[in-house]
Design a protein around this ligand. Structure first.
Ligand SMILES: [Zn+2]
Length: 193
């Protein structure tokens, strides 16, 4: 997933730039749930109020994602079942994007890309998703914004939004592949215990 298609349309960049995260604030790393942990199948509830608790959660999730390292993380993956996802697909790792209560406004086309997931370490496989999307969400100030995305960003947003629905990307794969992945991860867990 190294390809970067510059998916953020210029007219949305200004609205979307997130300067809300204060790097001085203490952040703590959270534990990422590993597939097939049943808590990953929990459907998240909308965030009712964007307050300091949510901003702290986003910061802790960012710390966790950068440390992993990964390019996206959903609150579901850290066992918080509220609709919050964070993404940073920049090579410089300094362009955090936060989506609260994200909804797809429209989708267009289909594209297949190899995906990976911090909850399914070391497993990569192709998933077919919408090629272009428009997403509506709240930012960390609780203000609504819309964003059009394609390429890696579109994939990442859809992947993380699936987590909020309790869905992990391996569920798009054949039952045989899913069984193989589960036994591989269980074996690896035993080896590292
Ligand atoms: Zn994931």
């Amino acid at each position: 997933m190294a390809q970067y298609n510059s998916p953020i349309l210029p007219q949305f960049t200004a609205d979307f730039a997130c300067n809300c995260l204060d790097k001085q604030v203490v952040m703590s790393k959270l534990t990422i749930l590993r597939y097939p942990d049943s808590r990953l199948y929990t459907k998240a509830k909308p965030v009712s109020k964007v307050d300091d608790r949510i901003r702290q959660l986003a910061q802790d999730m960012a710390e966790t994602m950068y440390d992993a390292p990964g390019i996206g993380l959903a609150a579901t993956q850290v066992d918080v079942h509220e609709e919050l996802i964070i993404i940073d697909i920049s090579e410089t790792r300094d362009a955090l994007q936060v989506f609260i209560n994200p909804k797809l406004v429209w989708t267009e086309g289909l594209a297949e890309r190899e995906e990976g997931c911090l909850s399914v370490p070391g497993i990569y496989d192709k998933v077919r998703r919408a090629e272009r999307i428009r997403v509506r969400a709240l930012n960390l100030e609780g203000k609504p914004f819309e964003l059009e995305a394609e390429g890696l960003l579109a994939v990442c947003i859809q992947h993380e939004m699936d987590h909020l629905l309790g869905k992990v990307f391996v569920q798009y794969l054949s039952p045989l592949k899913q069984t193989r992945i589960r036994s591989k991860l269980k074996k690896r867990q035993r080896e590292t215990m």
